[in-house]
Design a protein around this ligand. Structure first.
Ligand SMILES: [Zn+2]
Length: 91
């Protein structure tokens, strides 16, 4: 079995400028998320929602057979992206 196809990197992008770097307070989930490039402020929930098209495109690439699970995993990945680091740096 090759598990690599289940490894996915999800990039959160600023809806305004497309930057993938954000600053946020790791200790306060209700604190705003600030785009490091344009300074746009949003919330974690809104940022995830605004990136939902990105999620769907990832799901489309993965294939129909794992769509349902993938959607769940990707949502989790997006949420996990906020853990453990003050800045999200994804390539
Ligand atoms: Zn921005």
């Amino acid at each position: 079995m090759d598990d690599s196809k289940y490894e996915r990197r999800v990039t959160l992008l600023c809806p305004t400028c497309g930057s993938d770097q954000f600053a946020f307070d790791d200790d306060d989930e209700s604190a705003p998320v600030t785009c490091s490039n344009c300074g746009r402020q949003t919330t974690r929930e809104a940022l995830i929602e605004e990136n939902s098209e990105n999620i769907e495109s990832h799901v489309a690439e993965i294939g129909e057979e794992v769509v349902a699970d993938a959607a769940k995993d990707l949502n989790k990945s997006l949420r996990d992206a906020f853990r453990g680091s003050k800045n999200i740096r994804l390539e």
